[in-house]
Design a protein around this ligand. Structure first.
Ligand code: PLP
Length: 730
C-alpha cells in the first residue's frame, strides 16, 4: 500500500531525510533525533508543539537553508539518519536472538487508545500511554507486531479553569495535515476506505497510519462524507457516552479493525487486546473459522489459544455492558454465522453476578481468550476475585488470570539529561546499557554518581518545570485574561528551593486528589513552616461528564487561592503527556493515595521513580512490589471504610513531618541533602530496570508467545490459523 506524506519539497535536498524522520515517531525517543529539529530553530520547534511535521511545514525556508549549510549540523544529521536507517532495516534484534524462527508469528494489538506523543491526541489516560509505551518497546525489541485503533478527530480536550476553578473543556480539532499521520492509499491513489461488515446503515472508515519505529499503527476514521451523519461521529472522540454509539465504536474497533488488517493484506496469528473494548475482534475470528467449516467449539478453541487479553482496571465504568435489545439490533443476524443460537450467543457475554444485566464485553473477552492478565500482582488478586464467577469450579487462587506488572518506556520517560548523566558512569561497565537496561546489575553503578552531579541535574529539571508552568500561564493569561489570584493558584509563586510534591492524574473520585486537604490546619502548618516549607503542585483533568471529578478539582483550586497557603499550592491546567513529562521529572516527591484496590497498577510513579523523584504512596497497585523500604515511602491504607480518609491523610502528614521534610532539609555544608540523594539513587536503581516497558514486553513474550506459537504452528498447516508473516510492510 502506498501512503502520502506532506509535500516537503521546500526542505533542501541535503537534509531531505528530515521529512521521512518526521513521520516516524522513532525521533521522539531518540534525543539526537529531536535535537535535529530543535536545532533548526528553537522557537519554531516550541511553536510547533514539538511536532516536526508541523514545524517543517511552517518554519521559514531560510532556517532550513541555514541548517543545510552548517557543517556541524550536517555531521549530526548524518549520524542520526544512519542510526535511524540501521534501526529500521536491521535483521537482528532481541526478538530474533531469542525466538529464531523461519517465520515469526505476528501479533495484532487492538486498543481504543494510544498515547504516543502530544501531537497525536488519541488517548485519555494511563491505558493509552501504556499502549503507546508497549508499541515503542516492541519496536525496540523487534517484536513482530501491527496495531489498530481510532483516529479521534476531537481527541484534544484542553482544560481551562474559569475564575472559580470550574473546568471548561476546549475542543481542538486534530489538524490532519500537520499531524504525523499519513493517509493509506488504495490502488487508484485515493485514500483507502473500508466498509465495516454487517452494518446497516453501512459504516465506512478511512485508513490512516502512524509509524512507531518498526511498528505500523493503523487508525480508522469515520468522519468522512461517505458515511451518514449519524455514524460519522463514531471516531470523533474516545468512549462515547451514547449507548448505541458506544456499541458501534466497539464493533468498528473489533470487527472493523480485523477487516482493515485483512484489506491491507496483513497476516497475523495472535491477537492481543488492550482492555475489553475491542473484544468483538475475537468474535469475528471465530465467525471466520466457522465460515471455513469448523464447528463452533473448535473455532472457539483456536481463537482462545491464540489470544491474549489484558484487563487494566477493576473500575466498573470502564467495562462495556450493552443491553440485550441493543445487541439484538446489531447481532440479531450475525449470531447465526457463529453456529450458535441466540441464547448461546448471549451467553458469551453473560454478566457475572456483581455486574448486573446485559451483554458484558469484558466477560466475553475473558471467555474468548485463554491468556488473560492483570497489570500488577495486587491487581491479579483483585481480578481473580472479581471474575471468580466465570470459573465456578475453581478456587480463587486457581482462577486463570495471571499478572504482568506494567512498565514504562525508558527512552520516552527517562529525562535525557538524567540519561546522559547515568551514561557517564554506566558506560564504564556496560557501554551497551541501552540494550540491556532491564538488567538490574547495570544500575548498581548509580550509587557512584557524585551527589552533587545528581542533585544539580535534578535541580535543573525542577527549574525547567517551574519555567514551563510560568510560560503556560503567561499564554493562558493572554488568551483568557485571568485574575491575579488565578495566576497565583496556577503556580506563579512556586519556589525552586522548597520541597515540592507533585500529584497529577485523572481526577476521578477513587484517586482522592484532595485527600491531603483533609485536615486543613495541619496541612497549613506543614506547607507554611517558616524554616522548612512545602509546596504541592496538582494537575489533572476530570472527564467532561464527571461532575464529582470537577468538584474535586474546584475544591483544590479554591484552596490554592487561599492566602493562608501562601502561594505554595498550585493547580496547573491541561494535564497531558507533555506536562506529565515535566512533572514526573521535576518535582521532589510523587504522591499517590487512591482508595485501595481501585488502582490496578498506576504508572506515573514509575516514571517519577526512574528520574529520582521519590514516591510517597499508599501500598497499592505497583507500589506493593516496587517499594523496598529504601526507595521512597509507603503507608498501609486504612481498613476502615468510615475512617479511611482521615486515617490515610494522617498517615501522609506524619510521614511528611517525621521523615520526608527532615530528610529533604538535612543539607550538608555544600547545600546538598546527601541522605535524600542516597534515596534518589536507590529509587533510580530499583525502579528503572524492573518497571521498564522492556521488562514488561519481555514478560509478555516469554509467558505467552511459546504457547501461542506452538498452537498456531500446528494449525497453520491445516489452514485454520492464519499463516504468520512479517507484519512490517516497508
Ligand atoms: C503516565 C500517565 C498516566 C497514568 O498515570 P497513573 O499514575 O497511572 O494515574 C496518565 N496520564 C498521562 C498523561 C501519563 O503520562
Amino acid at each position: 500500500m502506498k501512503e502520502i506524506l506532506q509535500d516537503f519539497s521546500r526542505i533542501p535536498e541535503r537534509i531531505a531525510g528530515l521529512g521521512e524522520l518526521a513521520y516516524n515517531l522513532w525521533w521522539s525517543w531518540h534525543p539526537g533525533a529531536w535535537q535535529l529539529f530543535q536545532q533548526i530553530d528553537r522557537t519554531a520547534w516550541r511553536e510547533s508543539g514539538n511536532n516536526p511535521v508541523r514545524m517543517l511545514t511552517e518554519v521559514p525556508q531560510v532556517y532550513l537553508e541555514r541548517a543545510a549549510g552548517n557543517a556541524e549540523y550536517l555531521r549530526r544529521y548524518d549520524i542520526v539518519m544512519n542510526r535511524f536507517h540501521q534501526y529500521m532495516t536491521s535483521k537482528t534484534s532481541w526478538f530474533t536472538e531469542h525466538y529464531q524462527e523461519r517465520k515469526p508469528l505476528t501479533i495484532a494489538f487492538f486498543s481504543p487508545e494510544y498515547g504516543l506523543h502530544h501531537s497525536l491526541p488519541f488517548y485519555a489516560g494511563g491505558l493509552g500511554i501504556l499502549a503507546g509505551d508497549l508499541l515503542k518497546e516492541s519496536s525496540d525489541l523487534g517484536v513482530p507486531m501491527v496495531a489498530v485503533g481510532f483516529m479521534y478527530a476531537e481527541g484534544y480536550l484542553h482544560q481551562h479553569l474559569d475564575a472559580n476553578g470550574w473546568q471548561k473543556n476546549i475542543t481542538e480539532l486534530l489538524n490532519r495535515a500537520t499531524a504525523p499521520v499519513v493517509r493509506v492509499l488504495d490502488d487508484n491513489g485515493e485514500q483507502l476506505v473500508v466498509q465495516i461488515p454487517y452494518m446497516d446503515p453501512p459504516i465506512y472508515v478511512a485508513i490512516w497510519k502512524v509509524q512507531v519505529g518498526r511498528i505500523p499503527l493503523y487508525l480508522m476514521d469515520t468522519g468522512i462524507p461517505m458515511n451518514e451523519p449519524s455514524v460519522r461521529g463514531i471516531s470523533h472522540r474516545l468512549y462515547l457516552k451514547d449507548q448505541e454509539q458506544r456499541l458501534r465504536q466497539g464493533i468498528v474497533l473489533g470487527i472493523g479493525g480485523r477487516k482493515v488488517l485483512a484489506t491491507l493484506g496483513i497476516k497475523y496469528s495472535a491477537i492481543h487486546l488492550n482492555e475489553g473494548h475491542s473484544a468483538f475482534a475475537l468474535l469475528e475470528r471465530v465467525r471466520e473459522k466457522v465460515e471455513r467449516g469448523l464447528p463452533f467449539e473448535q473455532a472457539l478453541r483456536q481463537v482462545q489459544e491464540t489470544s491474549i487479553f489484558t484487563t487494566h482496571t477493576p473500575v466498573p465504568a470502564a467495562h462495556d455492558i450493552h443491553p440485550h435489545w441493543l445487541m439484538e439490533k446489531y447481532f440479531g443476524d450475525y449470531y447465526r454465522y457463529l453456529g450458535l443460537d441466540w441464547e448461546g450467543f448471549l451467553n458469551l457475554g453473560a454478566c457475572t453476578m456483581e455486574h448486573g444485566d446485559g451483554f458484558d464485553v469484558t466477560a466475553m473477552a475473558m471467555r474468548l481468550t485463554r491468556f488473560h492478565n492483570a497489570v500488577s500482582r495486587r491487581h491479579g488478586e483483585v481480578a481473580r476475585r472479581m471474575w471468580q464467577a466465570l470459573w465456578p469450579a475453581l478456587l480463587e487462587d486457581e482462577i486463570p488470570i495471571d499478572h504482568i506488572t506494567n512498565g514504562v518506556h525508558l527512552g520516552t520517560w527517562l529525562n535525557d539529561r538524567m540519561a546522559s548523566l547515568f551514561s557517564r558512569y554506566i558506560d564504564q561497565i556496560a557501554p551497551n546499557w541501552h540494550q540491556i537496561h532491564d538488567d538490574p546489575a547495570v544500575w548498581e553503578v548509580v550509587v557512584e554518581i557524585p551527589d552533587q552531579e545528581l542533585w544539580e541535574t535534578h535541580r535543573s529539571l525542577k527549574m525547567d518545570l517551574f519555567n514551563r508552568i510560568r510560560e503556560r500561564k503567561r499564554r493562558s493569561w493572554m488568551e483568557h485574561r485571568d485574575e491575579p489570584h488565578n495566576l497565583i493558584a496556577a503556580g506563579l509563586l512556586l519556589d525552586p528551593n522548597v520541597l515540592t510534591i507533585g500529584f497529577a492524574r485523572r481526577l476521578c473520585d477513587y484517586k482522592r486528589a484532595d485527600l491531603i486537604f483533609h485536615d486543613l490546619d495541619r496541612l497549613e502548618r506543614i506547607v507554611t513552616d517558616r524554616w522548612r516549607p512545602v509546596q504541592i503542585i496538582f494537575a489533572g483533568k476530570a472527564h467532561p461528564a464527571d461532575e464529582l471529578g470537577k468538584q474535586i478539582l474546584q475544591r483544590i483550586y479554591q484552596y490554592a487561592q487561599r492566602p493562608e497557603f501562601a502561594g505554595r499550592i498550585a493547580f496547573v491546567e491541561d494535564y497531558g503527556e507533555q506536562l506529565a513529562h515535566c512533572l514526573v521529572q521535576g518535582v521532589d516527591v510523587w504522591l499517590n493515595n487512591p482508595i485501595p484496590q481501585m488502582e490496578a497498577s498506576g504508572t506515573s510513579g514509575m516514571k517519577a521513580g526512574m528520574n529520582g523523584v521519590l514516591n510517597l504512596s499508599i501500598l497499592d497497585g505497583w507500589w506493593v512490589e516496587g517499594y523496598n523500604g529504601r526507595n521512597g515511602w509507603a503507608f498501609e491504607g486504612s481498613p476502615s471504610a468510615w475512617e479511611r480518609d482521615a486515617e490515610d491523610a494522617a498517615a501522609i502528614y506524619s510521614l511528611l513531618e517525621r521523615e520526608v521534610i527532615p530528610l529533604y532539609y538535612a543539607t550538608g555544608l555544600d547545600g546538598i541533602p546527601h541522605g535524600w540523594v542516597r534515596m534518589m539513587k536507590e529509587s533510580i536503581k530499583s525502579i528503572a530496570p524492573r518497571y521498564s516497558a522492556r521488562r514488561m514486553v519481555k514478560e509478555y513474550i516469554a509467558k505467552y508467545y511459546p504457547s501461542v506459537r506452538m498452537y498456531a504452528g500446528r494449525h497453520i498447516e491445516e489452514g485454520f490459523v492464519e499463516e504468520a508473516e512479517e507484519a512490517v510492510p516497508s
